[in-house]
Design a protein around this ligand. Structure first.
Ligand code: SF4
Ligand code: SF4
Length: 188
């Protein structure tokens, strides 16, 4: 367990309507989760989350709105869908995580400004090029977040494996992708 993981504020207000709000917005039955843990076992980011995804589901059921919307986990989720395909209750867990991000933005909860900054820059890059331009995204993000020198040791290996390109790949349908991003952003 890392520092800061699983620290619950027991005096926190329980918002009984929160589970209904999440269910309505995500169209998923979070209340049916029976804590089997398959989602957490499937998630590649569990070690980096402050609360594993099954605990996020339980916290929603308990109405712990502040803890859930203030968590880092909802911003670190990569939307890989591994949790969704393994949930025995057929809950689209990834969709619930995406919904929580929207609710966090709507309610002014930002666990970490840099996480939000990265999400914004990611969408901007997708909007411009139709898919993410990793080198450009990293350069802008690092400048804006003041983390220019962090993770520099990874660059040579990424370049050697051809994972970082200095030129963006422009795909077809960029205008449609940009319209999708705009629609998503204006819904917030
Ligand atoms: S969608 Fe998110 S929570 Fe689910 S397994 Fe992937 S990274 Fe983890
Ligand atoms: S896999 Fe489904 S039922 Fe199991 S803990 Fe995760 S959300 Fe709950």
């Amino acid at each position: 367990m890392k520092n800061g993981q699983n620290v619950l504020r027991i005096q926190e207000h329980h918002d009984c309507a929160f589970v209904r709000r999440v269910e309505q917005q995500s169209h998923q039955k979070v209340s049916q989760c029976y804590q089997c843990g398959n989602c957490t076992a499937s998630c590649a980011f569990t070690d980096d989350y402050d609360f594993p995804v099954n605990q996020i589901m339980r916290l929603i059921q308990l109405g712990r709105k502040e803890t859930v919307l203030g968590s880092r986990a909802i911003w670190l989720c990569g939307q890989c869908q591994a949790c969704t395909v393994r949930c025995p209750c057929t809950i689209d867990v990834a969709r619930v995580m995406a919904t929580l991000r929207v609710l966090a933005l709507e309610n002014g909860y930002v666990a970490d400004k840099n996480l939000r900054r990265f999400a914004d820059e990611f969408l901007r890059s997708v909007s411009l090029f139709g898919r993410v331009f990793e080198s450009g995204l990293l350069a802008v993000y690092k400048l804006r977040s003041g983390t220019v020198l962090s993770d520099m040791e990874l660059a040579p290996e990424l370049l050697k494996k051809g994972k970082l390109s200095f030129v963006p790949h422009r795909i077809g349908g960029r205008r449609e992708v940009a319209a999708l991003v705009k629609r998503f952003s204006s819904a917030l």
